[in-house]
Design a protein around this ligand. Structure first.
Ligand code: ZN
Length: 249
């Protein structure tokens, strides 16, 4: 089976369309590590697409805030403003869909997906020491996560040392393959579709093929950032959220 793995779409329809185009013909199923909505201007288009197309998805912290499961108390002011704007844009059937999303970890075949960490969808895995506890508690050799909006992740070698993976650090590269090794553990982030924060504004995603030990292809694709920014301006979403899309930060 070949999976298109996406995360942190954040209501960015142009970025999602670009990802689906770039990945066309390379996958059978789509799985998402959460944050379908929040920040961007097209929550309903993205949620409608998710309801029709996702084989599996876990909830993210923004999904919770946008459907009212949480009140976004720990969000900064601009994230909260976007979450409240999103909540009033969503009709009840899309609010209910977001409310029904399961918390991770969610097992899919031989791997699992989470949003933040194994314990908490609001927890960030930025550094090897952040990932340490997760590796100890993982029941599967491969877990995909999101939340940091940084493509890459971690590999635990021989149950001890944790290596940081920076698969697409070559400027301009559109993909980089990672061949999974036997007896190692992986926590991998496909990157963010709709609001990358790893200094590369291109939409990020991964293709995972579970043949043999498995191969993960990390991918980037450009999209029409200006079109998304214009919609955000029209919706009067916070200026700083509009600007950051062009910077990838
Ligand atoms: Zn996110």
């Amino acid at each position: 089976m070949r999976y298109l793995v996406v995360s942190d779409i954040h209501s960015n329809w142009e970025a999602l369309q670009a990802v689906l185009e770039a990945a066309e013909g390379q996958y059978e199923r789509v799985v998402c590590c959460g944050d379908l909505v929040g920040y961007g201007p097209d929550p309903n288009r993205v949620v409608d697409w998710a309801r029709a197309n996702l084989a599996a998805v876990v909830r993210g912290n923004h999904d919770k805030a946008c459907c009212g499961i949480s009140e976004a108390e720990d969000f900064n002011a601009v994230a909260r403003a976007a979450a409240l704007w999103t909540r009033q844009e969503l009709p009840v059937e899309n609010l209910n869909y977001l409310r029904s999303l399961p918390a991770g970890p969610l097992v899919i075949g031989g791997f699992q997906i989470i949003h933040g960490s194994v314990r908490d969808e609001d927890e960030y895995l930025f550094m090897p020491q952040d990932a340490h506890e997760d590796f100890v508690s993982l029941g599967y050799p491969l877990t995909f996560f999101g939340h940091t909006h940084q493509q890459g992740g971690f590999m635990r070698v021989a149950g001890r040392r944790i290596n940081v993976l920076h698969p697409t650090s070559e400027p301009g590269a559109t993909s980089a393959a990672l061949e999974l090794e036997e007896r190692q553990q992986y926590l991998l982030n496909p990157g963010s579709v709709g609001q990358p924060r790893d200094a590369d504004p291109r939409a990020a995603f991964a293709i995972y093929e579970d043949l043999g030990l498995g191969v993960v292809e990390y991918c980037r694709t450009p999209y029409d950032v200006a079109a998304t920014q214009e919609k955000m301006s029209k919706a009067a979403l916070p200026e700083i959220l509009i600007r950051r899309l062009a910077l990838g930060r």
